[in-house]
Design a protein around this ligand. Structure first.
Ligand code: GAP
Length: 535
């Protein structure tokens, strides 16, 4: 599937719009349109139901090590600045970036890639942030210009070696920046903190600076004790949260994949250190199965365990659930969700102060006077088991998903083009969004075959009855085949048609979007029939 086709459908049919589009848009921000908002709400609702409210119906079948409880939270986006110091985000949540002095553009250091070009006894490293293969002609054109070669001298230019990332080169290399004409215009790489800063209160001083949260997880950690004290949850239990997070990404790109404002669906699962390895395995497999259950069933979805040398010392495992998004080069996957074994790192950081994630065993990072660099809350965030009376700092398993990345993956997976015969038996090409019925934005559409003989009135009654249960759509405009195709394109799983036979035996036809199978159902049974299929 070509990504342009999906992007155009998303705009045309109201799934996604560029934010502030009438003012030229703002990079890294996206609005969900009337259908997009339903799709994303359905994905978040499916996650909440399957992970939180109905998780116990599924846990045994899914191999959970024991029964467990799940509960939720909805925390603020702006939190006490100390949260971000103790979590490590204040010091460590950085990307390296380089600026171009010629074009004033900024790039993520690791995303600038290029190849060595040689001519006239000189070598320069010619770069791009796009795919090197697709840019080949453009790279050649720019290299020729940089070497001041005329078209007839093109054979003097030679390319050397495979494409590599700029961050693998030494700093004496002669680099042609991605959009520059002159060589040597890139600055040295500098650290850039990805948190959005804001000022709280009217005084407007640096003292009042705080940050928009870059993850929802910290709200859960700092409320761990509140949840234990205010509810009857016992370890093992999980706290779930869905909410907006913000990262000032240097190069937002690939549609909504890397945005500056996005939504996360995160669980922090608290358990005894002795059982944490089993719980890690459970969540890793459970989360992978969840995407499969909702339709990401093919080869494009994969579970990738991090190599042991990629893990922090406190972690016994981290895995990513990845999807082969069509905008990525063949064979490459993009992260949908990470499942991390975080040990007791986060609770200890909020008790004791910022811990150094690279030291082993865990140590409080200290300033030159030997004092902890950032003071923790000083609160006791340990847990006392009510049965054994054992006191311990729980270990945490964190399945952390992106609601927007999941939505994008479901959109990509759903997009299908096929050919189907129309009413006259002639083959017509159609675009069909094959969403799983649970996440489809509109569950059913109702059509009167013609706008007369009382058919619209019957169809509207059915539509009103359906609308009480889930989003439905009424359409009486144009040939019925065209109405079907309009619904196929937005992924409506069932279309209900009121026709001549309805007037004599009170039945309607229901058509299945994917199989095109049609069957008749009594008007009084339509709501039950569709409800059973979409829940
Ligand atoms: N609390 C752990 C955490 O935040 P992460 O891997 O940085 O981990 C988790 O983020 C998920 O959030 C990612 O797997 C992705 O789905 C989503 N996400 C992260 N950055 C994003 C961005 N800039 N745009 C869209 N989604 C993003």
């Amino acid at each position: 599937m070509e990504m342009e086709k999906l992007v155009s459908l998303c705009k045309r049919r109201g799934f996604l719009f560029q934010s502030s589009e009438i003012y030229g848009g703002i990079n890294g921000f996206w609005d969900y349109g009337p259908l997009g908002v339903e799709l994303k709400r359905n994905i978040k609702a499916a996650w909440w139901k399957d992970m939180v409210t109905a998780h116990d119906e599924l846990e045994a079948a899914n191999g959970a090590p024991s029964t467990h409880e799940m509960t939720g939270l909805d925390c603020t986006i702006i939190m006490h600045p100390q949260v971000w110091k103790c979590s490590g985000h204040f010091d460590l949540f950085c990307d390296l970036m380089v600026d171009c002095k010629e074009t004033n553009k900024r790039y993520r250091f690791d995303q600038v890639r290029g190849r060595w070009a040689a001519a006239k006894g000189k070598r320069i490293f010619v770069t791009t942030v796009a795919e090197i293969d697709e840019e080949e002609a453009e790279l050649t054109r720019r290299a020729m210009k940089a070497f001041k070669l005329r078209a007839k001298d093109a054979d003097q230019l030679t390319w050397d070696g495979e494409a590599v990332s700029l961050d693998t080169l030494d700093d004496t290399s002669e680099v042609l920046a991605p959009d520059a004409k002159e060589v040597g215009t890139l600055t040295d790489p500098r650290e850039f903190n990805l948190m959005f800063k804001t000022i709280v209160g009217a005084m407007g001083t640096e003292e009042d600076a705080s940050f928009l949260r870059p993850e929802t997880a910290q709200g859960i950690f700092v409320n761990f004790k509140n949840v234990v004290d205010s509810t009857r949850v016992k370890i093992p239990f999980g706290i779930a949260q869905i909410g907006k997070s913000f990262r000032n990404e240097i190069t937002p790109r690939n549609f909504t994949f890397r945005s500056r404002e996005f939504e996360q669906m995160e669980i922090e699962f608290f358990c005894h250190p002795d059982t944490s390895a089993d719980w890690y395995k459970y969540w890793r497999d459970r989360r992978f199965a969840w995407y499969q259950e909702l339709g990401l069933a093919g080869q494009r979805l994969q579970l990738r365990d991090h190599e042991p040398d990629e893990l922090s010392h406190y972690s016994t495992g981290t895995a990513d659930i990845e999807y082969a998004f069509p905008f990525l080069p063949a064979g490459e996957y993009g992260e949908l969700e990470g499942i991390a074994h975080r040990g007791d790192f986060d609770l200890r950081s909020h008790m004791e102060g910022k811990l150094d994630p690279n030291s082993c065993p865990l140590e409080v990072e200290r300033n030159e006077k030997g004092k902890p660099k950032y003071k923790g809350s000083g609160r006791d965030l340990t847990y006392r088991d009510p049965v054994s009376n054992e006191k311990f700092t729980p270990h945490v398993i964190e399945p952390s998903a992106g609601a927007d990345r999941a939505t994008l993956a479901f959109l990509c997976e759903a997009y299908t083009e096929d050919e189907q015969p129309d009413e006259k038996g002639e083959m017509q090409s159609r675009v069909v969004m094959k969403f799983h019925p649970r996440i489809a934005p509109i569950k059913a559409a109702v059509f009167p075959l013609v706008k007369k003989d009382g058919m619209p009135e019957i169809a509207k009654d059915i539509y009103r009855a359906l609308k009480k249960e889930f989003p439905a759509f009424y359409d009486e405009g144009g040939a019925v085949g065209r109405r079907y195709r309009r619904q196929d394109e937005v992924g409506t799983p069932y279309c209900i048609t009121v026709d001549g036979e309805t007037l004599t035996n009170q039945t309607v036809t229901i058509r299945d979007r994917d199989t095109l199978e049609q069957w008749r159902v009594k008007i009084d049974d339509v709501v039950e029939e569709i409800s059973g299929r979409v829940s």
